[in-house]
Design a protein around this ligand. Structure first.
Ligand SMILES: NC(=O)c1ccc[n+]([C@@H]2O[C@H](COP(=O)([O-])OP(=O)(O)OC[C@H]3O[C@@H](n4cnc5c(N)ncnc54)[C@H](OP(=O)(O)O)[C@@H]3O)[C@@H](O)[C@H]2O)c1
Length: 425
């Protein structure tokens, strides 16, 4: 067979490697990075999980475009029907939209194959029906990449707190609008911020689904489905996006001393489940205001676990590809852990240099002598700054070196407390 082997052979001699055939629909920002990630991690995946992913076919619109990972021409196809007949154990979809993504999902699931998607529109509209189909055909349906890019919120709702009673979920779920809003906080107009987002790959050529809140609405429908069991196709959030007057929104928020964030929220109520997407005026010191650029933040409130905050890269090819790969690995049985004797990594001393704030009972001249003895520079020495101790701020040095300084201070009969200093210089 003449398939592309993107994976390298395993280096772990004791583990046999099983080949998983993967057909990939879409090789753009997400699909291209998925291939790059598979290639970069192939040896470690083979060693740790005993799997080698073999890419059998890649569906694109135009077979002539350059790709993130060079592919043999026979792997690429623009013919959906031929793609549907690809030899594959798992189909990964990163095309977007409903057609042909839905046809691909049906074909994969109805033939008992795993189907993994990054497509929130598909999952929001057809997720429940696809899940029923998957149950009938003993096929897997996974969509971690469809909500919040690299933030593993689907796993948290499906696995970590599946036993809990979720009360509400609120989040910044759209990286494009968040990027635009935070650029506007530094003085950019909406038009300039949007152009900047497009130039940096954080907004598509047609950003209307992001700006009018449909993208966030799709994601909150999926989260409500997992948290409350409401069918996503029937839950229609009240929705207001940033349009029509984003400049006025952000000016009003700034005048009120806060910030605007596009927040999607779903809440369990006595009579059912509410869902809303709208721009919200948040306090400048809130977690939402501090979620900047293309990042996402999701706050989950549940009866037993309490409040969970998940934050990270909500968009971008690399984080989203990482979620696709996690789903691919989940779709295959996990082998037993290797015993510690064969674990290749051992603990080592932290080599990074930090500044340290040391509070010691040693008077300033002696504190200086001790630092000089260990050849650690001092940025500041504050005699009796806060209490009767001397406070020393060191220049960056490793943990091992500051340990030596502390030993020297203790050895001379003085007490010393210390803090690693993360304050900006
Ligand atoms: N980009 C992100 O940060 C991000 C984050 C989370 C989730 N997602 C989701 O991931 C999916 C893919 O997004 P993306 O940003 O990677 O999109 P993209 O860069 O536009 O890539 C889309 C890929 O699909 C192919 N394609 C599109 N329509 C097709 C059709 N009708 N037939 C065959 N191939 C077709 C394109 O082919 P050509 O290359 O030949 O045009 C391209 O390779 C979407 O569902 C999106 O919502 C994206």
């Amino acid at each position: 067979m003449n398939h592309a082997l993107l994976a390298l052979p395993t280096t772990a001699p004791e583990r046999s490697v099983r080949t998983i055939r993967v057909a990939l629909a879409g090789c753009g920002a997400v699909g291209g990075q998925f291939l790059a990630l598979l290639r970069a991690q192939s040896a470690s995946i083979a060693a740790a999980r005993g799997i080698r992913a073999e890419i059998t076919r890649v569906l694109v619109r135009s077979t002539d475009l350059p790709r993130a990972v060079p592919l043999p021409p026979h792997i690429l196809t623009a013919d959906v029907e031929s793609f549907l007949r690809s030899p594959a154990d798992v189909v990964v979809e990163a095309i977007g939209g409903i057609d042909p993504a839905l046809r691909i999902a049906h074909a994969a699931i109805a033939t008992g194959r795993g189907f993994i998607t990054a497509n929130k529109a598909l999952v929001a509209e057809h997720g429940a029906a696809l899940e029923q189909l998957a149950a009938r055909h003993a096929a897997g349906l996974r969509f971690e990449a469809a909500v919040a890019g690299g933030v593993p919120v689907i796993r948290v709702l499906r696995d970590a707190i599946a036993h809990d009673e979720v009360r509400s979920i609120a989040g910044i779920l759209n990286g494009t609008t968040n990027y635009i809003l935070t650029r506007m906080e530094t003085g950019a107009s909406f038009a300039a911020a949007l152009a900047d987002a497009q130039a940096n790959g954080f907004a598509e050529a047609d950003p209307s689904r992001d700006l009018d809140g449909r993208d966030s609405a799709d994601k909150i429908r999926i989260l409500a489905w997992l948290a409350f069991g409401t069918s996503p196709s029937t839950l229609l959030p009240e929705r207001r996006g940033l349009l029509p007057a984003p400049d006025a929104l952000t000016s009003a928020a700034a005048a009120a001393g806060g910030a605007v964030r596009l927040i999607a929220e779903t809440t369990r109520l006595d009579g059912g489940v509410s869902a809303v997407v709208e721009p919200v005026l948040v306090s400048g010191s809130s977690e939402f205001a501090r979620t900047a650029a293309q990042d996402n933040l999701i706050l989950v409130d549940s009866a037993w676990t309490g409040r969970l905050a998940l934050a990270g890269a909500g968009a971008g090819g690399r984080p989203t590809a990482s979620s696709l790969l996690a789903d691919l690995l989940d779709a295959t049985p996990r082998p037993p852990r290797r015993d510690a004797a064969s674990t290749p990594l051992r603990g080592v001393a932290d080599p990074r240099a930090f500044r340290w704030l040391i509070a010691t009972t040693a008077p300033p001249p002696q504190a200086r002598d001790f630092s000089a003895g260990e050849r650690i520079g001092m940025e500041d020495v504050l005699p009796h700054a806060f209490d009767r101790r001397t406070h020393v701020l060191t220049e960056p040095c490793t943990r091992a070196r500051v340990d030596a300084l502390l030993r020297r201070i203790h050895h001379a009969g003085f007490a010393a407390d210390w803090l690693r200093c993360e304050l900006k210089q």
